[in-house]
Design a protein. Structure first.
Length: 412
């Protein structure tokens, strides 16, 4: 039984008392994107479009901080284009919400790793350059050409694009990816020259750019030298390569020699962690609500198989968030959450959709109070860096693991 139905059945949706603030009118936002096309939800399900009228956790996206981060990035890179990396659901933030927010702040180039991500952005009104940095199948090549998606290429699969472009009487746009040391995706350097020349004479293909990935500060001079030599050799033969790009967030923050014609930042736009030479701010906060408080006497064994013992008389608050939502079980006994501007520790076991907080000593926490998992409340903050450390995850992984069906609320 879903949590909303459970709460309603037991009268928690009734007005009056501490429970009423769960269901007061508040800021409107759209939850439909999390249920469209998802078999988990029945067709006739109605979900509240009011963040204060539902119990499940939600994400807030602070657009003022996004605008700030774009300006900070622009200070570093000047007028050259910024290709914003919005792959993996914009690192869990919400690919449509973040792409539209970035577009509203002057960014007109976007990078994804799935064809369907690019198509979804086209369908939501993003009409500027979208570069798919990931692979594509023969079937997906149809959408790549149909929706004018730029495609990274590094193998003979480029011939599939050329064939599909002929069928649609269009020209495919490609960015040639060269492996200068990462050892992952990309044409090897010793094959890159011949590969570029092959593509350069394909009438169905337009070379829009050429890219590589930097692998560490000490290796940058050699990688840039090799990359530039390959590019210069091709252009000396009359092959136009378009944008040369190599810089990720780390490079934007620390290595200006990598900026070239365009940069590909992700982290710095989202404010996932502090960065040298940049004053970025976090865009994402993760929130939920208290759905129950209860006293547990000392010596009580709780949890599946009674694996957790309450050592002292304890007042617990129950939050409707768990590992299904992307909340790491590793944080129990380590992380804090914020309720009424105060820190309270996560305790006990973390289940698929519930987490317990030790609020012993408090006397003013009620059902419906907001609990901040990541973000600010009052003058206190739990940063993504702090929570990620307790989760034993990188700052990228923590938001990326957040359930894509979780509501994203755009605020400013």
């Amino acid at each position: 039984m879903k949590r909303r139905k459970f709460l309603s059945k037991f009268g928690l949706a009734a007005s009056g008392g501490a429970i009423a603030n769960l269901f007061n009118p508040g800021r409107a936002f759209n939850l439909q994107s999390r249920i469209d096309g998802c078999s988990e939800f029945p067709d006739n399900l109605t979900i509240s479009t009011d963040p204060e009228g539902q119990c499940d956790p939600w994400i807030e996206l602070e657009m003022n901080n996004l605008a700030w981060n774009v300006k900070e990035t622009r200070k570093r890179v000047g007028k050259r284009p910024i290709l914003a990396i919005v792959k993996c659901n914009a690192y869990g933030h919400g690919i449509v919400e973040m792409s539209k927010g970035m577009a509203g702040n002057g960014i007109s180039h976007f990078g994804v790793v799935k064809v369907w991500e690019a198509v979804s952005l086209r369908e939501k009104g993003i009409g500027s350059m979208i570069l798919n940095l990931g692979p594509f199948s023969r079937i997906e090549a149809v959408d790549v050409i149909k929706h004018d998606i730029s495609q990274s290429v590094y193998s003979d699969a480029v011939e599939i694009l050329a064939e599909e472009a002929r069928k649609q009487h269009k020209q495919a746009k490609v960015h040639i990816k060269i492996d200068t040391g990462l050892g992952r995706i990309g044409i090897p350097m010793n094959e890159a020259g011949a590969f570029i020349e092959k593509i350069g004479v394909m009438p169905e293909i337009k070379i829009e750019g050429v890219l590589t990935v930097m692998t560490g500060k000490e290796r940058i001079p050699g990688q840039l030298r090799d990359f530039k030599n390959i590019c210069d050799a091709a252009e000396n033969k009359g092959i136009s390569l378009g944008y040369r790009h190599a810089a990720s967030t780390k490079d934007v923050a620390e290595n200006p020699e990598t900026f070239l014609d365009m940069v590909r930042p992700g982290n710095c736009l989202y404010g996932l962690e502090p960065l040298p030479n940049m004053n970025v701010k976090p865009v994402l906060s993760l929130n939920t609500r208290v759905i129950l408080t209860k006293h547990i006497p000392a010596g009580t064994d709780i949890g599946w198989r009674n694996e957790y013992r309450i050592e002292k008389d304890t007042l617990l608050a129950l939050l409707p968030i768990g590992y299904y939502d992307g909340f790491s079980p590793n944080v129990s006994g380590k992380a804090d959450v914020l309720i009424k501007g105060r820190r309270y520790p996560v305790t006990g076991f973390i289940s698929a959709d519930h987490t317990m907080i030790d609020i012993t000593g408090s006397n003013d926490i009620s059902i419906g109070d907001v609990a901040v998992i990541i973000g600010k409340q009052g003058n206190r903050e739990v940063t993504n860096t702090e929570f990620s450390k307790h989760s034993k995850r990188s700052v990228y992984r923590t938001p990326t693991y957040l359930n894509p069906h979780m509501p994203r609320l755009v605020v400013s």
